[in-house]
Write a protein that binds this ligand. Structure first.
Ligand code: ZN
Ligand code: ZN
Length: 106
Protein backbone atom coordinates (compact mmCIF):
# COMPACT_ATOMS: atom_id res chain seq x y z
CA UNK A 1 0.00 0.00 0.00
CA UNK A 2 1.21 3.49 -0.88
CA UNK A 3 0.20 6.89 0.43
CA UNK A 4 -2.31 8.57 -1.93
CA UNK A 5 -0.94 11.96 -0.86
CA UNK A 6 2.83 11.60 -1.24
CA UNK A 7 3.17 8.12 -2.81
CA UNK A 8 5.40 6.87 0.00
CA UNK A 9 5.19 3.29 1.23
CA UNK A 10 2.78 2.99 4.16
CA UNK A 11 4.05 1.52 7.43
CA UNK A 12 2.03 0.03 10.29
CA UNK A 13 1.17 2.53 12.99
CA UNK A 14 -0.15 1.80 16.42
CA UNK A 15 -3.27 3.77 17.27
CA UNK A 16 -4.81 2.95 20.62
CA UNK A 17 -5.30 -0.81 20.76
CA UNK A 18 -5.25 -1.26 17.01
CA UNK A 19 -2.80 -1.02 14.11
CA UNK A 20 -3.37 0.98 10.96
CA UNK A 21 -1.28 1.57 7.87
CA UNK A 22 0.07 5.11 7.96
CA UNK A 23 2.49 7.48 6.30
CA UNK A 24 5.15 9.85 7.65
CA UNK A 25 3.18 12.75 6.15
CA UNK A 26 0.36 12.07 8.58
CA UNK A 27 -1.94 10.07 6.33
CA UNK A 28 -3.50 6.95 7.84
CA UNK A 29 -5.47 4.34 5.98
CA UNK A 30 -8.84 3.68 7.51
CA UNK A 31 -10.53 5.63 10.24
CA UNK A 32 -10.82 5.26 13.98
CA UNK A 33 -14.46 4.30 13.64
CA UNK A 34 -13.36 1.19 11.74
CA UNK A 35 -11.16 0.16 14.67
CA UNK A 36 -13.98 0.61 17.17
CA UNK A 37 -16.21 -1.70 15.14
CA UNK A 38 -13.53 -4.39 15.29
CA UNK A 39 -13.45 -4.36 19.08
CA UNK A 40 -15.22 -7.35 20.52
CA UNK A 41 -18.45 -6.70 22.33
CA UNK A 42 -18.01 -7.35 26.02
CA UNK A 43 -20.26 -9.98 27.49
CA UNK A 44 -22.84 -8.93 30.01
CA UNK A 45 -21.17 -9.57 33.40
CA UNK A 46 -24.53 -10.37 34.95
CA UNK A 47 -24.99 -13.29 32.56
CA UNK A 48 -21.79 -14.92 33.81
CA UNK A 49 -22.92 -15.05 37.42
CA UNK A 50 -23.67 -18.62 38.36
CA UNK A 51 -26.89 -19.57 40.00
CA UNK A 52 -26.32 -19.63 43.74
CA UNK A 53 -25.76 -23.18 44.89
CA UNK A 54 -28.87 -24.34 46.64
CA UNK A 55 -28.49 -25.39 50.23
CA UNK A 56 -28.67 -29.16 50.21
CA UNK A 57 -30.40 -28.97 53.57
CA UNK A 58 -32.88 -31.62 54.59
CA UNK A 59 -33.73 -32.82 51.07
CA UNK A 60 -30.78 -35.23 51.15
CA UNK A 61 -31.18 -38.86 52.19
CA UNK A 62 -30.03 -39.86 55.65
CA UNK A 63 -27.58 -42.67 56.23
CA UNK A 64 -25.84 -44.30 59.15
CA UNK A 65 -22.46 -42.64 59.43
CA UNK A 66 -20.37 -41.63 62.37
CA UNK A 67 -19.49 -37.94 62.38
CA UNK A 68 -15.74 -37.54 62.96
CA UNK A 69 -16.40 -34.25 64.70
CA UNK A 70 -19.25 -34.80 67.15
CA UNK A 71 -19.80 -38.56 66.99
CA UNK A 72 -23.42 -38.33 65.79
CA UNK A 73 -24.41 -41.48 63.89
CA UNK A 74 -26.78 -39.92 61.34
CA UNK A 75 -25.60 -37.98 58.33
CA UNK A 76 -26.99 -36.72 55.04
CA UNK A 77 -25.12 -37.94 51.98
CA UNK A 78 -24.81 -37.20 48.28
CA UNK A 79 -22.61 -38.39 45.43
CA UNK A 80 -20.45 -36.27 43.16
CA UNK A 81 -18.94 -37.55 39.93
CA UNK A 82 -15.28 -36.53 39.68
CA UNK A 83 -13.76 -35.07 36.52
CA UNK A 84 -12.57 -38.42 35.22
CA UNK A 85 -15.62 -40.40 34.21
CA UNK A 86 -13.85 -43.72 34.79
CA UNK A 87 -13.38 -42.93 38.48
CA UNK A 88 -16.05 -43.94 40.96
CA UNK A 89 -18.35 -41.31 42.41
CA UNK A 90 -17.21 -39.59 45.56
CA UNK A 91 -19.57 -39.85 48.51
CA UNK A 92 -19.98 -36.78 50.67
CA UNK A 93 -21.50 -36.87 54.12
CA UNK A 94 -22.92 -34.06 56.22
CA UNK A 95 -23.58 -34.60 59.89
CA UNK A 96 -27.26 -34.13 60.71
CA UNK A 97 -26.35 -32.64 64.08
CA UNK A 98 -23.39 -30.30 63.59
CA UNK A 99 -23.42 -29.89 59.76
CA UNK A 100 -19.80 -31.05 59.56
CA UNK A 101 -19.13 -32.25 55.99
CA UNK A 102 -16.59 -34.85 55.00
CA UNK A 103 -15.74 -37.25 52.21
CA UNK A 104 -16.31 -40.98 52.50
CA UNK A 105 -13.37 -42.83 50.98
CA UNK A 106 -14.63 -46.32 51.78
ZN1 ZN B 1 2.20 10.42 2.76
ZN1 ZN C 1 -21.31 -33.92 63.76
Amino acid sequence: MFCPTCKSLLVPKKIGKGMVMGCSCGYTAGSKSTLIVKETVKKDPKAAVDVVDQDKGETLPLTDASCPKCGNDKAYYWLIQTRASDEPETKFLRCAACKHTWRDYS
